[in-house]
Design a protein around this ligand. Structure first.
Ligand SMILES: Cc1cc2nc3c(=O)[nH]c(=O)nc-3n(C[C@H](O)[C@H](O)[C@H](O)COP(=O)(O)O)c2cc1C
Length: 373
C-alpha cells in the first residue's frame, strides 16, 4: 500500500529545527509539525500478536484435576481408546479423549448392521460393545498414564449399582483422568426408564457415583429429555463437575429391499450435522440454569460449529462423527480457534463463552416462544 504523502516536507522540519527556543514553544504550527515529523520518522508499529490462551478447567472446584490445554475433545465411541488413532493423530495435542463406553462386564454389542449413513450424519447401534472395565484398565490405562492428554472413561450401566461399581474400579487408577457418565442407557431398576430422562434418576445416579470417587465427574445429557434444564440442575446439585451435552437422538432407517428395519437393533442413535441445532438448543438452555462447565457435543465439524457452541454457553466441545471422515479435524480446529481468537484480538476463547445467552444464569430461558411439540 502506498503511504499517504505528508503535507510537511523534510525541508519544513529542518526550518523548524532552526527556530529560536522561545518561538518554538509558542508556535502551534511547530507542535503540529513536530507531530507530523514523529509520524514520518517512526512508522506505526503493528500491535504485538495476542498470545491466545485456550486452556479450560472442566473441574474448577478440584484445582488442576482436569485442566485441559485446549477446549477440543474427541467424543466417546468415535475415537476408540485413543490408541487406534495414535499412528495418524498426535493425541497429546488434543484437549482430552473420551474413550468408548465402558461397562462393569464385557458386552458383545448389538446385532449387525450397526451403522448407516443418513443425509446429514449417521445412525449407530453399536450397543456398547466393550471388554469390561477390568480389561480396559489392564489394556489401555498404562498407555494413557504415559500421555499428556487426559483420558476420560465413558461409563455406562443399567443400574445405579453398575455405575458405582465401575466408578470404584476407576478411582485412583493411573491414566484415568476422570469419568464421563453416559446416563442414556436403559435403567432396568426403574422399569426401562432412562436415567437421562428423569431429573430424580439423573440426580440419584450422579450422587451415588460422586460418593464413590474423587475423580472429576462429567455427566452426559440426552437430547431426548422433555426439559433438559431440570435434568441438568439435578446433575449439578448432585455434585457433577461438568455436563456433556449431548448424546445421540433415537432414529431408524428402512431396508427397502428387505422391507424391514435396516439396523440389526431396529433403532440407532443419530449423530453428525443433523444433531447440531438440537445440541445447540440444549447447551443454550442448560447454560442458563447451571454454573458448572458445559462440554458441547453434536455435529461439530467446523470452526463455525465450535464458535456457535461457545457463544451458546459451552466452554469446550467434543468432535464425534466428523472424526471418522477426518481424524485430524480436532487438531485443525484447535489451530483454527487459536488463529480466530488472535485475529479478533481475544486473549482467550473463554471470552466468548455464553456471548449469545440472553441474560444472567439462574433465570429461566427468555428466548421467546419455545418449540415443545
Ligand atoms: C459409533 C458411535 C459410537 C458411540 N458410542 C458412545 C458411547 O459408547 N458412549 C457415549 O456416551 N456416547 C457414544 N456415542 C455418542 C457420541 O459420543 C456423541 O455424543 C454423539 O455422536 C454426538 O456427537 P457427533 O454428532 O459429533 O457425533 C457414540 C457415537 C457414535 C457415532
Amino acid at each position: 500500500m502506498r503511504r499517504k504523502r505528508s503535507v510537511v516536507t523534510d525541508r519544513d522540519l529542518t526550518a523548524v529545527a532552526r527556530l529560536p527556543k522561545a518561538r518554538k514553544a509558542k508556535s502551534s504550527t511547530v507542535r503540529s509539525v513536530t507531530a507530523a515529523r514523529t509520524s514520518v520518522i517512526e512508522p506505526v508499529a503493528p500491535p504485538p500478536p495476542v498470545d491466545v490462551d485456550l486452556s479450560v478447567d472442566l473441574a474448577p472446584t478440584r484445582p488442576g484435576a482436569l485442566a485441559l490445554r485446549n477446549p477440543v475433545l474427541v467424543a466417546s465411541g468415535t475415537f476408540g481408546y485413543g490408541i487406534e488413532y495414535g499412528e495418524v493423530v498426535d493425541v497429546d495435542r488434543l484437549g482430552a479423549i473420551c474413550c468408548k463406553g465402558t461397562t462393569l462386564k464385557a458386552r458383545i454389542g448389538n446385532p449387525t448392521p450397526r451403522v448407516t449413513e443418513t443425509p446429514a450424519g449417521m445412525l449407530n447401534s453399536i450397543g456398547l460393545q466393550n471388554p469390561g472395565v477390568d480389561a480396559v484398565l489392564e489394556r489401555y490405562a498404562p498407555r494413557w498414564a504415559g500421555w499428556q492428554v487426559p483420558v476420560l472413561v465413558n461409563v455406562a450401566g443399567e443400574s445405579v449399582d453398575d455405575y458405582v461399581a465401575v466408578a470404584r474400579k476407576l478411582d485412583g487408577q493411573p491414566g484415568v483422568a476422570g469419568i464421563e457418565l453416559n446416563i442414556s442407557c436403559p435403567n432396568v431398576g426403574k422399569g426401562g426408564l432412562q436415567f437421562a430422562l428423569d431429573p430424580a434418576a439423573a440426580g440419584e445416579v450422579t450422587r451415588a457415583v460422586r460418593r464413590a470417587t474423587d475423580l472429576p465427574l462429567l455427566v452426559k445429557l440426552s437430547p431426548a429429555a422433555s426439559d433438559v434444564r431440570a435434568i441438568a440442575s439435578a446433575i449439578e446439585d448432585a455434585g457433577a463437575d461438568a455436563i456433556s451435552a449431548v448424546n445421540t437422538l433415537s432414529g431408524m432407517a428402512i431396508d427397502r429391499r428387505g422391507r424391514k428395519p435396516l439396523l440389526g437393533n431396529t433403532y440407532g442413535g443419530l449423530s453428525g450435522p443433523a444433531l447440531k441445532p438440537v445440541a445447540l438448543r440444549v447447551v443454550y438452555e442448560v447454560a442458563q440454569v447451571v454454573g458448572i462447565p458445559i462440554v458441547a457435543i453434536g455435529g461439530v465439524s467446523s470452526l463455525d460449529d465450535v464458535l456457535d457452541f461457545l457463544m451458546a454457553g459451552a466452554c469446550s466441545v467434543q468432535v464425534g462423527t466428523a472424526v471418522f471422515a477426518d481424524p485430524v479435524l480436532p487438531l485443525r480446529l484447535i489451530e483454527e480457534l487459536k488463529a480466530w481468537c488472535r485475529d479478533q484480538g481475544l486473549a482467550s476463547h473463554r471470552d466468548l463463552v455464553g456471548a449469545a445467552l440472553p441474560g444472567k444464569r439462574g433465570r429461566p430461558s427468555i428466548k421467546g416462544v419455545e418449540y415443545r411439540p
